[in-house]
Design a protein around this ligand. Structure first.
Ligand SMILES: *Cc1c(COP(=O)(O)O)cnc(C)c1O
Length: 468
């Protein structure tokens, strides 16, 4: 570069990386991020400044400005897996991690991480044990099934059951139950990957007992009943209930697999929700195997449970795929602790966040919204008007799809045109603890159903960090 170039002297005024690193201002960054990342950040900021000067910029950042920019750059690289406030109104939001775990489950998982534990070790005999045994008895007790096993998630549970019972054989299923769940779980595809030959019976809206009976022969490996989790077929419809289907399958000597999806272990109508068959009822109806998720209505970590006939569970456990789909010790500990909460039904709703959130009344949520309206308004500044409004929460994850829960929201209305709703949503997502709401009807709605009252102060303090 030419010595006469005025940018050259500006370039020479830029501090060196080593100079910035030696400055006292940088100590907090070194403390949090370490030497390697902090050096990289400073180098990045100085390169940007150099490029700006070469483009004609005249302002030269001093050490404090470089450290500040480096801090911002490091902050922008913070974990994207950090906790957030789910104010979408969907309690079991698959994209936001579904169920929030109970304190007992969190404590159990933490202990399982910190210490060795008898994962596959029999403490009575001093020899080898089975990892499933820690929850087998609990699952039997809570569902009435003869035996139980568990895998990574319910999709894996269905895959494993189909593969065990119907590889190279027929799997009979109603055309009205060929579901697709979010995240590319499609029943025909899962059947194909399990090696089962799909035998569709009936029509989209009507399937009869005779349809199943005609379809079964010596090559049938399983009859499948699938909970239509996220849709309803209404109008001129007919389906064969699980109890009747169990009789038909038993008559043909074929096992019945009932995939419940979001199986519940308790009667939800006692908690103000619509009534759904419980896992215990599905077992009592005569299904040979019942599958359900750990992180839907059950309120635990991701898992897939298989309960049913002892001989079939044994065959499933012998399938080499079981080993590939097993759960780890951290989740197993959290699952066990979650299931134990169900042994004390009187205190379940206060201990299990999923049930606590689902059970909150509209009045309690509206009172919370009224309490937070002004503090939130003050933190948003003059650009927004904050109102308390009615809204409808959803259970989510395909559970009770037609059932909404009366709730209350803070509706953030842009007062002028200077800030768009999308811009506000972006600023809320950039907070130390991101706040996720829903834009409808010209406002950003924050459904407060999933904001624990104990977290209100934290929620407001977090808003103090809103970018101007
Ligand atoms: C949710 C669901 C699944 C998949 O369960 P995951 O735990 O998400 O793997 C399978 N079948 C039905 C009917 C479901 O609702």
């Amino acid at each position: 570069m030419d010595m006469a170039d005025p940018s050259n002297s500006a370039l020479r005024q830029l501090p060196a990386v080593a100079t910035v690193l030696a400055a006292a201002d940088v100590l907090p960054l070194l403390d949090v991020h370490g030497r390697v990342a902090t050096t990289e950040a400073i180098r990045h900021v100085l390169e940007q400044a150099r490029a700006a000067i070469l483009r004609g910029a005249t302002a030269v950042p001093d050490i404090a400005a470089v450290v500040f920019a480096a801090g911002a750059w490091l902050a922008a690289r913070r974990s994207t897996l950090r906790p957030l406030f789910n104010l979408t109104g969907t309690v079991l939001h698959t994209n936001l991690g579904r169920a929030v775990l109970a304190e007992a489950a969190i404590a159990a998982a933490t202990e399982a991480m910190r210490h060795p534990l008898a994962l596959e070790y029999d403490l009575d005999e001093g020899g080898r044990g089975e990892r499933d045994d820690h929850v087998r008895g609990l699952l039997r007790e809570l569902t009435g099934a003869e035996d139980a096993t568990l895998v990574n998630n319910n999709a894996a549970a269905v895959l494993l059951c189909l593969n065990t019972l119907a590889a190279g054989r027929g799997a009979v299923v109603s055309r009205g139950e060929l579901i697709e769940i979010g995240g590319a779980f499609r029943m025909p595809d899962i059947m194909a990957r399990a090696g089962a030959l799909m035998v569709e019976v009936g029509t989209t809206n009507r399937t009869h007992a005779a349809d199943y009976q005609r379809a079964m022969d010596a090559d049938t490996g399983v009859v499948l009943k699938v909970h239509t989790s996220n849709y309803r077929i209404q109008g001129f419809t007919a389906e064969v209930g699980a109890r009747e289907l169990a009789g038909i399958a038993a008559g043909a000597g074929v096992p019945l697999l009932n995939d419940l999806g979001s199986g519940s272990l308790v009667d939800l109508s006692a908690h103000g929700l619509a009534r759904e068959a419980t896992v215990r009822e599905a077992v009592a109806e005569g299904a040979n195997l019942v599958t359900f998720s750990g992180d839907k209505l059950l309120g635990g970590p991701q898992a897939g449970f298989i309960v049913g006939d002892g001989a079939l569970i044994e065959a499933i456990n012998r399938n080499p795929l079981k080993r590939a789909l097993r759960v780890d010790k951290i989740r197993l500990a959290a699952i066990e602790a979650t299931l134990r909460l169900y042994q004390d039904p009187d205190r379940l709703a206060e201990r299990l966040p999923t049930l606590r959130f689902l059970g909150r009344t509209r009045d309690a949520i509206a009172a919370q919204a009224a309490r937070l309206r002004d503090p939130v308004g003050n933190r948003l500044g003059g650009g927004f008007r904050v109102e308390v409004g009615d809204c409808a929460s959803q259970v989510g994850s395909g559970a009770l799809p037609m059932d909404t829960l009366a709730s209350a929201a803070l509706a953030l209305h842009p007062a002028g045109s200077q800030r768009t709703l999308e811009d506000l949503a972006t600023r809320l997502r950039a907070l130390p603890r991101p706040v996720i709401g829903r834009i409808t009807d010209g406002a950003l709605h924050l459904d407060l159903r999933c904001l624990d009252e104990a977290e209100e102060a934290l929620f407001l303090a977090n808003l103090d960090a809103l970018a101007p």
